[in-house]
Design a protein around this ligand. Structure first.
Ligand code: MN
Ligand code: MN
Ligand code: MN
Length: 290
């Protein structure tokens, strides 16, 4: 069913329903609990919310319970880390079956890789003069597996950097010693995980990889070839030119369109829940599958 079909056979209001299909809770690197996240989404008039924590679905059941109280729909989701030609790429899985054995195996595998990666990052940082990096970062990760934001928090707390942005610029960001991504599975493997879990693989925030358009299109082609179904035409507030460009890529590769805030924390004006441009009408939305 297309979006237009959906809006014509229900109330006129449904054409303006806000779908936010990418956000994070404190079960990964977000700030809000799954419950608080859902309440905030409701306050922002979001009708359908996908919780897509990094490599975990730990918050989905709690989000769903809260959503039943608040009257919005939850789509079970996850944001997998992967690599394509040695670059880190994120694949969102939407509408995954939480009980799927292959999803559980994938989550376990990613957790092990994250733990291994955390130890490797810690080694790199210690070689750069940061003491007790692993234990320190762990103190900043009460809910889950240690990741780069937790190392960043430790670096700031220890006075190695003024703020998180500087920690990424100097130690953890793309191309810096703490940017370890070779442990992530290949993009095609992650797409397969999502499909096996009955979900829809979505290429996340294509403009955030700083690839040339040629490279980006080569990646999108591989994604589609491997069974990818949708691309985030809209990721948070973004330039109209970017929206139009990704919409053209979606059309060219016959991909559905997704949209989401990639919300992590209150206060980030570019990442507020439900607050981003609409997917252009030329692109079929991913929710036409549901
Ligand atoms: Mn994140
Ligand atoms: Mn991402
Ligand atoms: Mn994200």
């Amino acid at each position: 069913m297309t979006l237009s079909a959906l809006s014509s056979d229900s109330s006129a209001k449904s054409s303006t329903l806000i779908y936010d299909l990418h956000c994070h809770s404190d079960q990964s690197d977000g700030i809000l609990s799954p419950e608080a996240l859902v309440s905030r989404a409701k306050a922002q008039n979001v009708a359908v919310l996908a919780l897509t924590d990094h490599d975990t679905v730990a918050g989905v059941t709690r989000a769903r319970s809260q959503a039943q109280l608040e009257g919005l729909d939850i789509i079970p989701g996850i944001e997998f880390s992967s690599q394509w030609n040695g670059r880190g790429v994120h694949i969102v899985g939407l509408n995954v079956d939480l009980d799927s054995p292959s999803l559980m195996a994938a989550v376990t595998r990613q957790e092990e890789q994250r733990e291994e990666r955390a130890h490797q990052i810690a080694e790199k940082l210690e070689a750069m003069g940061v003491q007790d990096a692993y234990a320190g970062a762990r103190q900043h990760a009460p809910e889950g597996v240690v990741g780069r934001p937790h190392f960043a928090a430790y670096l700031v707390a220890q006075g190695h950097c003024k703020n998180v942005a500087q920690a990424f610029k100097k130690y953890l960001g793309a191309g810096k010693p703490g940017d370890i991504k070779q442990l992530w599975p290949e993009l095609e493997e992650v797409v397969e995980w999502v499909l096996q879990a009955g979900g829809n693989p979505v290429l996340a925030h294509p403009k955030k990889y700083n690839m040339t358009r040629t490279k980006l299109c080569a990646m999108v082609a591989d994604f589609k070839e491997g069974g990818g179904q949708a691309i985030e035409v809209v990721s948070g507030k973004q330039l109209d030119a970017d929206t139009r460009d990704i919409a053209r890529i979606a059309e060219k590769y016959n991909l559905l369109g997704s949209c989401g805030s990639d919300f992590h924390a209150p206060g980030g004006a570019w990442q507020e829940l439900g607050n981003f441009p609409r997917i252009p009408d030329s692109v079929e939305p991913v929710w036409s599958l549901w």
